[in-house]
Structure formats: C-alpha cells, structure tokens
Design a protein around this ligand. Sequence first.
Ligand code: VGL
Ligand code: ZN
Length: 201
Amino acid sequence: MNVNIPKKDCALVVVDMLYDFIDGSLACQETDQAVAGTLRVIEELTAGTDPDNSGIRSIFPILFIRDHHPANHCSFVEQGGPWPPHCVQGTRGAEIHERLAPYAAEDLCFCKGEDPEKEQYSGFEGKNPCGQSLGEVLELMEIRNVLICGIATEYCVRNTAEDLLKAGFKPTVLTDCIAYVDAQGHRDALEAMEKEGIHCL
Ligand code: VGL
Ligand code: ZN
C-alpha cells in the first residue's frame, strides 16, 4: 500500500495488536495480513529520505494502544460480560506483537480497560505511564492527521477513530492493516465510519 498522505502533522496509531487478538483467546480474522500490512506501512513512513543513502531512517511518531485488563474485568464471561478473558495484565496475551514491539516507545503506549468496572473500547482515553491520554499527547505533538491500524475494526478501531474525529483530528483507517471479529461486522463498520466522515483508505 502507498500511503499518499502528507507526513506533516501526521502520526500512526496501532490499536490492540496484542497476542490475544492475534492468536490467543480472542483471535480475530485476517490478523496475519493486518500485522504484515502495518509493518509495510511503518517501513514506508520511516523510510529515509537522505540523499547519501546513509541508512538513517526518519523519525515518524507511532503510538500504540493496549487493551490491558485486570483478571476480574467486567467484559469477561465470568463477570457476565460478552468476551472470554483476554489481554490480562502481565500475560503474553496482553503483549504487543514481537515484530511491532521494537517501534513501541514506553511513553507512546496507552493502556485502556484497566478499570474492572468499565468497558473501554476506545483508545482515545488510554493512558501512558505518565498518566497522559492519547488525545492529550497528540495535541502536545501538534498532530492533526491520524492513521489508524489494528484490531478489531468493529470495536477498538472504530471507537478510537470516532473519538478522534469528535475531538477534531482527521482520522484515516488503513483498511489493509485491520483485523476483525466478524466479516460482516467489519464491512458494516467501515461503511458506517465512511458515512461519519472517517476516511477509510
Ligand atoms: C476489543 C473486544 C474486547 C478491541 C477489546 O479492542 O477491539 N474487542 N476488548
Ligand atoms: Zn478488552
């Protein structure tokens, strides 16, 4: 994919590319393609533009969202919620995919779903280790254009994109880089997002 979007004022947000959504307890569909697509996009966005081919890659802001639940989270079936236990703090299932993890700076990782009583699909209010939210950090970085990839289209990707739009950012969902729970749900979510004014590229 060619991301024909100006890199100026732009960041990539990688949503929930965590093992439980990739191959674990809540494994989604098309996750291998989504991870590979995300790696391709990162390669493109960080490709060096230096004329002497020094091999130095450019800096491009990449922010990560992590579903990060306590073991008794309300969204788990045992607590009456809809999901099997997933992304429990301290487990492999809550870790970022190993090919993507090298790009994840600690202060640009935002955890959500940490309150046992609250479902939190959107990454917008996710918090980094300093307690800053994704929205706040994007503001501080003077980012306007936000590319979004990740899992799952119908839940965290959609909710994050909608919150970004509401807050005045320009979200673009990268459709080669997202995975989903249900194929029809995925298509419906893309259609709904387009109608709302979220660019799906
Ligand atoms: C998600 C189901 C449960 C998501 C999180 O991030 O899309 N989906 N928890
Ligand atoms: Zn969750």
